[in-house]
Each structure stands twice: as C-alpha cells, then as structure tokens.
Design a binder for this molecule. Structure first.
Ligand SMILES: *[C@@H]1O[C@H](CO)[C@@H](O)[C@H](O)[C@H]1NC(C)=O
Ligand SMILES: *[C@@H]1O[C@H](CO)[C@@H](O)[C@H](O)[C@H]1NC(C)=O
Ligand SMILES: *[C@@H]1O[C@H](CO)[C@@H](O)[C@H](O)[C@H]1NC(C)=O
Ligand SMILES: *[C@@H]1O[C@H](CO)[C@@H](O)[C@H](O)[C@H]1NC(C)=O
Ligand SMILES: *[C@@H]1O[C@H](CO)[C@@H](O)[C@H](O)[C@H]1NC(C)=O
Ligand SMILES: *[C@@H]1O[C@H](CO)[C@@H](O)[C@H](O)[C@H]1NC(C)=O
Ligand SMILES: *[C@@H]1O[C@H](CO)[C@@H](O)[C@H](O)[C@H]1NC(C)=O
Ligand SMILES: *[C@@H]1O[C@H](CO)[C@@H](O)[C@H](O)[C@H]1NC(C)=O
Ligand SMILES: *[C@@H]1O[C@H](CO)[C@@H](O)[C@H](O)[C@H]1NC(C)=O
Ligand SMILES: *[C@@H]1O[C@H](CO)[C@@H](O)[C@H](O)[C@H]1NC(C)=O
Ligand SMILES: *[C@@H]1O[C@H](CO)[C@@H](O)[C@H](O)[C@H]1NC(C)=O
Ligand SMILES: CC(=O)N[C@H]1CO[C@H](CO)[C@@H](O)[C@@H]1O
Length: 610
C-alpha cells in the first residue's frame, strides 16, 4: 500500500535495486509491476474476488438502501466522503434478521492498491484494500454481514468513507464505488425459541449490542477516522463514557499496516541492518502486537492476521483471486466485561492503542459494543482479578554478512475476572487470551534469498458464570501460518528473475458450551501462490502468477467447501460444495455460537426499526 511518499521514493530512487534482494527490495519494484498500458478493448471488466463463505440469508426479499455512490480520484489528504444514512422506513417490514453491507467498485487504468474504511456514526463497518486495476478494467465486490451493528442502523447516522487515492498522468485509476445496505426481514413461519433452547440467562445475551460507541478519531480533516500509530512509543488515546446500566462490553478492533510495516513479518532485526549498512530497509525485527489499554492498564492484545494487500510481492498472485482477508480485513474482539466495575462510574475513561516494534504506519481504531440492562438504570460491578504477563520475546540471531538465520518467539497471556450485577443476576465473567508467536527467517545467497516461516496462535476464551445457573464458555482458537520464499537471481547481464512464493492460512476453531449443550465450528482457509517476475534493463518483461486455495468451513449443520486455482488470470478449476461430510458437531438447533457477539448464526427478527 504505497503512500505518496513511498510513491515519490519509487519514482525518484535510482538505487542499485538488487544489492541484496528480499521482500523489501521487491517492494521497490511495486510501481513497475502495475498494469502496463496495452491496447484496450471493449470487453467487460474482469471480475476479481476473495474466496469466502457466502453469508447465510433468510429466504426473504431484502429492502435495499443505496447509501453512497462516489468516484475516488485525487482523494489523498482530503476529508472522507460523507453521506446521510436514514433507516429504511419505506420497508414493509420493520424488523430484520440479517443486514448485509455491499461494497461494489470498478477501476480501470494503472493504480496502486489503496486502503479504505467505511464508518457509520464513527463506527467502523468495513476496512478493505482495493483491487489493482488493469487497462481493460476490473470489478470486485464485498458483502459483509453487519447484523452485529443492528442498533446503530436503527437511527439516522452520518456515513464516512475514506479511500486515499492519487491520480496523475501515470497513475490513472479512479475507483468508482457504490455502497448499499440490504435489510432481510425474518422468515415469518419459523419458530425461534431461544429462551427455551438456551435458558433464561441468554435472553440478555443477544448477538448485537444495544449501543456501540466509536473509539475512533473525531472528524478528521484529511484522512480516515482511524488513528495513525507511527512508532513503538506512540500511544493513541480515546476518551469515552458509558451508560451506567451496561452489563457487557466487547471492544472490536480494526487494524491495518502500511509503508515500512506492510510486510512487518519479514523485517530483519536492526543488528543485521546495521551490520550490513542496509539503511532504508525497514527493521525492528518481524514481531508486532497491537496492545489495548484501559486507563493505562493492558486489557488485551491483537496479534493480527498477516493480510497481504493486492500489490503485495507480485500483484499477479492476487488476480483474480485475492489474498485472504484483503478485500475485507478481519476485526478482533476483546472481552471488556470483567473491567465493567472500573467504567460504570459515569465518568470518562480512556482506551489506548500502541503497537510493539511499530514502524510507520499502523491504522487502528475500535468499536465498543455495549449491552444495556433495560430493567434498571444502574448496574454495578467489580474487577476481581487481572493479570497481564509481560510480553516475552526471544531472538536467536546468527548471521555473517548478508547470510543469516533469525528465530523470534513471543508469548503473552492476558486474563481478567470481574462480576456485574444487573437484572440478569450477579454474573462473573472470565476473559483469557493466550498468544504465541514464532518466526524463522533465513537469509541465503548473500541476502538474495529470504525465507520466512511464521505462525501466530491466539486463543480467546470467555466464561460466563451466573451465580444460579450453569457456566457458559466460548472459545476461539486461531492459527495464522505464513511461509514466504523470495529469491532473486541474475540470469544474464541486466536480466534478473524474482521468485515469490507465498503460503498463507487463516485457521479458526470456535466452540461454545453450556452444560451438556455445545456447538463447534471450524474454518481452514489456505492459500498457496507462486509467482515469477523477470526484469530486464530495469523494466518488467515477464510476470507469472498462480494461486491455489482450499476453503473449508464446518459449522455442524452448515458447511462450505471450495477448491479453486488460477494461473495467469485464468481459473483452472473451481469446485464448490455445501454439504457436510461429517456428523454435526452441535446438538443445538441454532448454535450457542450466537453467544459470541458476532451476529452470525441467527435468523430471528431483531427489534423494530422505528
Ligand atoms: C453504481 O450505481 C450506479 C447507479 O445504479 C450504476 O450506474 C453504476 O454502474 C454503479 N457502479 C458500480 C461500480 O457498481
Ligand atoms: C432522519 O432523517 C430523515 C431524513 O433526513 C428525517 O426526515 C427524520 O426526521 C430524521 N429522524 C430523526 C429522528 O432525526
Ligand atoms: C513517535 O511518534 C510520535 C507520534 O507521531 C511522535 O510524537 C514521536 O516523536 C515519535 N517518536 C520517535 C522516537 O520517533
Ligand atoms: C558500512 O559502512 C561503514 C562506514 O561507511 C564501513 O566502514 C563499513 O565497512 C560498511 N560495512 C559493510 C558491511 O559494508
Ligand atoms: C457478585 O458475585 C461475586 C462473586 O461471587 C461476589 O464477590 C460479589 O460480592 C457479588 N456481588 C453482589 C453485589 O452480590
Ligand atoms: C490454544 O488451544 C489449543 C487447543 O486447546 C492448544 O492446543 C494450544 O496450545 C493453545 N495455544 C495457546 C497459544 O495457548
Ligand atoms: C552466503 O551464502 C552463500 C550461499 O548461500 C555463499 O555463496 C556466500 O559465500 C555466503 N556469504 C558469506 C559472506 O558468507
Ligand atoms: C514452518 O515451521 C513449522 C514449525 O514451526 C514446520 O512444521 C513447517 O513444516 C515449516 N514450514 C515449511 C514450509 O517449512
Ligand atoms: C468442541 O470444542 C471443544 C473445545 O475446542 C472440544 O473440547 C470438544 O471436544 C469439541 N467437541 C466436538 C464434538 O468436537
Ligand atoms: C535500457 O532502457 C533505456 C531507457 O528505457 C534505453 O535507453 C536503453 O537503450 C535500454 N538498454 C538496453 C540494453 O536495452
Ligand atoms: C483440489 O482440486 C485439485 C484438482 O482437482 C486436486 O488435485 C486437489 O487434491 C483438490 N484439493 C482438495 C483439498 O480437495
Ligand atoms: C485495569 C486494572 O485494574 N488493572 C490492574 C491489573 O492488575 C495490576 C496488578 O497486577 C494493577 O496494577 C492494575 O491496576
């Protein structure tokens, strides 16, 4: 994701590109890898896409609200684009079981990949990376389940969209964007009986929050509503105040990384950079974590998924199948309920965000989802226990000249316990995060070969312990494997060959249980991509890219499998299956996973829109 500064550098730099090849050297080729002008034909734009499970929808006709149409030309350093949102009062139904945001965009010409954000009332709904266009044009769309923002959508709001683009004679691509929201009424004849299925406790734990507070920048004049974190000592703070009848809180964090930290997982240690005079190569080693604090104390951490943007390594790897999470970046939930006792005093408090080892720039903001007790004006609570074991990072570094091996490991555990007394009773909540990281980086061939093998594990567990009924437990175990092989060879005089191979995975197992009832789901989304670039006399003469992806979701009662491959822009095979091959991993009709405030798995009507 190039900033204008990086762009300038790219244009101005005539450095010997290839003294030592690695991920960061290939990034310097980025502008050369953009689509080259070719005779255009009138063909329809090519469809680019991200492989993901289709959203499960009720069989009802949605009411569709078109909320924005805009052409993002020279928007860099300008304010976001604003639009008024009003709830769909014209819709015959006034309560919905699913709400879906649709982003659709086209672009034609030559342009970098750009980051964008969509906010409603300061609440971030979507963060994505644009697809890189071609001379004949491309089109891509994102559908995101935004049912968890139900309460926000019930009122008039201001929509803000920021997509910092830069258009000139060379970079001609303008992003033409439409944003719509589809409201799906609930199916009438289905009989949902959550209370019976789940016990009275759950009636308060509906999947959407009653109120969502923005933990983002107020009305920025020249950028998105995200905070910009520029270095490892930079902490961005946001003051907030919550209603005194809240009984549950979840902080949803959005994160993306750019410029010097776009490929943070491949940054070598500073000692290697210093010893080899590689000034200009982004360093601080390959470990990063986003730390979230409340009034200065650590309450959670995000070890983000390694999203590769559409210009990453070799853009041909990501056309037409884009990298996992790139069109629709994941957000991360941190359970704040144990800390309710600290923030129910009616006073202002502060969330803080920082990024360990950060280089310029990380874009971070959050949404605070709050559940309110309608039966009372004041709840009470107390933090009983909290511990945040300090981050442990170890580095084993062994190098001679530009050859070397670096092993980086890190671990963190954050846990907290607190109770909240509301009309639902006195409920104790435990929130536990266990995080583990390992990265092996090998530099060979005098730095012309870089191999990175990284795995991030994050386990989040929440126990809800009412004094008078059974314990509910929810856990999410995530694993993010990443393997990179970047190799640079001189083939002949002035002719160089770059090999870029990437293996990327997003694996998550979720489970929820209450007594003997349980519901499990598993997702394994794996991508392999191989690419080659041949450069002659400083220009790209040949580029190849192929990608294989296997997406496997098993939600017990619903499954989705897709096995797809592309090579040089052509789909070689694409197999889709919706049937489950195993026995259901759930003995519940609707799945306890609705207890995760994720808005998924639910098709019952929500409260009335007024
Ligand atoms: C956006 O919507 C307008 C009006 O419906 C349509 O003409 C245009 O083609 C759409 N653009 C995209 C990118 O879908
Ligand atoms: C919401 O916006 C609409 C259209 O601008 C307006 O008619 C309505 O009065 C507004 N509602 C509220 C509650 O402000
Ligand atoms: C880190 O970033 C902050 C915010 O931009 C800045 O004020 C500070 O000087 C920077 N610190 C260093 C060491 O660069
Ligand atoms: C790095 O630069 C210093 C000072 O210019 C020089 O003495 C040293 O030999 C250089 N080291 C390498 C590995 O090039
Ligand atoms: C709620 O439960 C906790 C843990 O059992 C207890 O320490 C606390 O005193 C209770 N609070 C009230 C108001 O009863
Ligand atoms: C996460 O949970 C799984 C399954 O319980 C376990 O195998 C793994 O070691 C845990 N990882 C961490 C970092 O705690
Ligand atoms: C680095 O490793 C390559 C083989 O990968 C070897 O040819 C070269 O001599 C090594 N360089 C140094 C400084 O040891
Ligand atoms: C990456 O490292 C893990 C162990 O941490 C190993 O199991 C795996 O095989 C390695 N991957 C590759 C492609 O070498
Ligand atoms: C569901 O997940 C939990 C936690 O990962 C595990 O202990 C349990 O065995 C799983 N149940 C089934 C039927 O897979
Ligand atoms: C290399 O490119 C430059 C600028 O495009 C051109 O002037 C020169 O003739 C080229 N050299 C060769 C050997 O092709
Ligand atoms: C995906 O399809 C390819 C081509 O038919 C096949 O070789 C491969 O085994 C399949 N992978 C899976 C996981 O089914
Ligand atoms: C938010 C909060 O109360 N944090 C506490 C966590 O525990 C440490 C001691 O282990 C306290 O110093 C913090 O104030």
């Amino acid at each position: 994701m190039a900033s204008p500064l990086a762009l300038l550098l790219l244009l101005l730099l005539h450095q010997p590109l290839f003294s030592a090849a690695n991920v960061h050297k290939i990034n310097l080729l980025r502008s050369k890898l953009l689509s080259q002008p070719t005779p255009q034909n009138a063909a329809a734009p090519t469809l680019y896409f991200e492989i993901t499970k289709p959203i499960e929808l009720p069989k009802t006709k949605p009411c569709t609200q078109h909320v924005l149409q805009h052409d993002f030309g020279y928007t860099y350093g300008k304010p976001p684009v604003f639009a008024n949102y009003t709830p769909p009062s014209y819709c015959p139904s006034h309560s919905f079981s699913k709400i879906v945001l649709e982003w659709k965009a086209t672009c034609k010409g030559r342009q970098f990949d750009r980051i964008f954000g969509v906010w409603l009332g300061g609440i971030e709904l979507l963060r994505g990376c644009t697809a890189e266009p071609t001379q004949n044009g491309i089109v891509w769309s994102v559908k995101k389940d935004i049912t968890r923002y139900y309460s926000l959508l019930q009122n008039n709001q201001t929509l803000a969209v920021y997509l910092g683009n830069l258009v000139n004679e060379r970079y001609t691509g303008i992003y033409h964007v439409n944003i719509s929201i589809h409201f799906y009424p609930a199916e009438k004849n289905l009989n949902y009986n959550y209370e019976q299925n789940l016990g009275n406790l759950d009636s308060g734990y509906h999947p959407w929050a009653d109120l969502i507070l923005p933990i983002s920048r107020n009305l920025p004049l020249n950028d998105g509503l995200w905070f910009e974190i520029q270095n490892s000592t930079d902490t961005q703070l946001k003051e907030f105040k919550i209603p005194q009848n809240a009984y549950k809180a979840v902080l949803e964090v959005y994160v993306s990384f750019h410029e010097n930290d776009e490929f943070w997982y491949s940054n070598p240690p500073n000692e290697y950079i210093a010893a080899n005079n590689l000034s200009g190569t982004p360093g601080n080693g390959p470990f990063r974590e986003v730390v979230v604090s409340l009034d200065g104390e650590v309450v959670g951490a995000v070890w983000p998924f390694t999203v590769i943007f559409t210009g990453g390594f070799n853009p041909l790897l990501w056309s037409p199948i884009t990298a996992i999470g790139s069109y629709n970046l994941p957000s991360y939930d941190i359970e704040i309920t144990p800390f309710m006792g600290k923030i129910l005093d009616g006073k202002s408090h502060k969330f803080g965000f920082s990024v360990t080892n950060a280089l310029n720039v990380w874009l971070v903001d959050a949404n605070l989802h709050l559940w309110l007790d309608k039966q009372s004006t004041k709840t009470e609570g107390e933090l009983l226990k909290n511990s945040s074991l300090p981050l442990v990072v170890s580095l084993v570094s062994d190098f001679k000249g530009l050859n070397g091996t670096f092993l980086t490991r890190a671990g963190r555990s954050v846990s907290s316990t607190g109770w909240v007394k509301s009309s639902y009773g006195n409920i104790t909540t435990d929130a536990i995060q266990d995080l583990h990281y390992s990265n092996t980086m090998v530099m060979k061939n005098d730095g012309n070969t870089q191999i990175v093998n990284q795995t991030i594990h994050s386990n989040d567990t929440v126990h809800i312990r009412p004094s008078t009924s059974i314990i509910h437990s929810m856990s999410s175990n995530k694993k993010f494997p990443l393997y990179l092989y970047i190799d640079f060879r001189e083939q002949a005089k002035e002719t160089y060959k770059y090999i870029t191979n990437v293996e990327l995975g997003f694996i998550e197992k979720k489970s929820a249980s209450a007594g003997s009832r349980f519901s499990n789901s598993s997702l394994s989304n794996l991508q392999n991509a191989e690419g080659t670039i041949v450069i002659k006399n400083s220009s790209v003469v040949r580029g190849l890219g192929s990608t294989q992806q296997v997406y496997r979701f098993d939600g017990g009662k619903s499954c989705y499998f897709r096995n797809i491959s592309s090579s040089d822009g052509t789909i070689l095979y694409d197999k889709v299956r919706f049937t489950c091959t195993k026995k259901p991993e759930s003995n519940l009709d609707f799945g306890l996973s609705r207890l995760w405030p994720l808005g998924a798995q639910r098709n019952s009507p929500g409260p009335r829109f007024t």
